[in-house]
Design a binder for this molecule. Structure first.
Ligand code: GLU
Length: 452
């Protein structure tokens, strides 16, 4: 059975590069009806935090990257690692080494953090790495990678603090879980010779490897905070959809012909490890926005209503938005103009206000007396129609234009401004129809009160 795993260290927020690693591992397991495990690499007790750990698990759940069985916490497995290190000591594959205190390390805290039977004060345990034979790995991304024994060295596997190190814990867990395909960032390529030799020292089968090239910014530099937020929670909080995020990340470093849009099911069907690109992929926010907008545009209004509701509620508006006909009618007015769920929510808050805030500077080009006259005339006409259809609303506006010998461009913007506080809002008949008679009359009247 195919078995993959994602093994984040909870020492920071989950980065989109990490999400891509998780996604590829998940896709490969799901494609092959295999298992996908989540392992939390929390041996570094000083840098790991519950907050990071919970946010990583939360984000993976939100993204639907479901893991099999229980989460594996390395911090629960220290005794087991000690057993494994003892096994290496007994087999002559590991040895004690005195900690050298030199200028660089003299401030190092040598106190014991994890008491165990192997601890020897002021000593580490090193892995006795073989130094005779080169190692040849076939990586599905990088092809054949040959490591010269000149680069092999005896890494520390148990610190003087009693805490086992990543290379040891990772290999022990990968063996115990029976990982068949190890997919991770290519910043771990340098750990490979030690890990392969450790697999062999434990007489375990070495898994297949896929080391994914890093994701860079469009400037070609390694993606970091300088490129804006790269933490996955930022994208979820800003209203990027899960399908868009996963589609975008799947395509960042993997391709299937020229196809751009993939549903999750298609990704599961089509994804393969041998079409991952070898060069670094660029994180292009414009493309991500485009994809997000694509998914928004192609979904039903009912679904969008449900998805934007949390963003709208977070605005704490005077009239609490609900997932109802009013919200759907609002969304029908033109959601395609916005690329994120949060932006859509922000753009329609005026539908839920009682007291629109007017920035009168926006209408300085309109003459005051005339504006009042236009709006009084419009309101009197709107008052006698029942707003059950759009043509009767348009007819009122046309009648005002005719009676006052004006053009639509002199009248329309003022109705729009008085009902929404902005000039760029949907067409007058659509807008008034959705707002309904009561709100339209109230808003225009209130505006006239403030303005006159
Ligand atoms: N905890 C390691 C990391 O986050 C895992 C590396 C691996 O996948 O082996 O980089």
């Amino acid at each position: 059975m195919i078995k993959t795993r994602f093994a984040p260290s909870p020492t920071g927020w989950l980065h989109i590069g990490g999400v891509r690693t998780a996604l590829y591992s998940w896709l490969y397991a799901r494609k092959n009806n295999g298992k996908f495990y989540l392992r939390i690499d929390d041996t570094d007790t000083t840098r790991s935090s519950d907050e990071y750990k919970n946010s990583i698990i939360f984000a993976l759940n939100q993204l639907g990257l479901n893991y099999d069985d229980e989460i594996i916490y390395q911090s629960n497995r220290f005794d087991h690692y000690v057993d494994k290190i003892e096994q290496l000591l007994n087999d002559g594959m590991a040895y004690y080494d005195k900690v050298e205190i030199n200028e660089k390390t003299k401030e190092t805290d040598l106190s014991v953090q994890f008491e165990n039977r192997l601890n020897r004060k002021g000593h580490v345990i090193r892995f006795r790495n073989q130094k005779q034979n080169s190692i040849t790995i076939h990586d599905s991304v990088h092809g054949e990678v040959i490591f010269d024994p000149k680069v092999f060295f005896d890494v520390v596997i148990l610190r003087s603090s009693g805490v086992p190190t990543y290379n040891l814990t990772s290999v022990v867990d990968d063996i115990d879980l029976g990982i068949t395909h190890l997919i991770r960032g290519d910043d771990h390529l340098s750990n490979l010779p030690v890990q392969v030799n450790l697999f062999e020292s434990f007489k375990a089968k070495v898994p297949s490897f896929s080391h994914l090239p890093m994701i860079h910014g469009v400037d070609g530099k390694r993606l970091s905070k300088r490129h804006g937020a790269v933490d996955i929670n930022h994208f979820l909080n800003e209203g990027y959809r899960v399908d868009a995020i996963l589609n975008y990340l799947a395509k960042t470093g993997w391709s299937h012909g020229d196809q751009e849009i993939f549903s999750i099911d298609q990704l599961i069907e089509l994804f393969d490890l041998d079409r991952i690109t070898k060069s670094a992929a660029a994180f292009d926010i414009e493309k991500m926005n485009w994809l997000n907008q694509h998914y928004i545009k192609n979904d039903s209004i009912e679904n969008i209503a449900e998805q934007i509701l949390p963003f709208l509620i977070a605005k704490e508006l005077p009239n609490t938005p609900k997932n109802d006909k009013y919200l759907c009618d609002i969304l029908h007015l033109g959601i395609e103009r916005e690329y994120s769920l949060k932006n859509i929510a922000n753009s329609i808050t005026y539908f839920y206000e009682n007291e629109i805030k007017y920035d009168l500077d926006i209408i300085t080009k309109f003459e005051k007396e005339q504006t009042i006259k236009i709006l009084r005339d419009t309101i009197s006409k709107l008052f006698i129609v029942d707003f059950t259809d759009k043509p009767s609303i348009s007819a009122c506006v046309k009648a005002t234009c005719k009676d006052l010998s004006l053009k639509f461009k002199d009248v329309g913007p003022l109705i729009r401004f008085s009902t929404t506080g902005r000039l760029n809002a949907p067409s007058i008949d659509d807008l008034c129809f959705v707002l309904g008679k009561k709100r339209v009359i109230e808003r225009i009247s209130r505006f006239l009160e403030i303005y006159k």
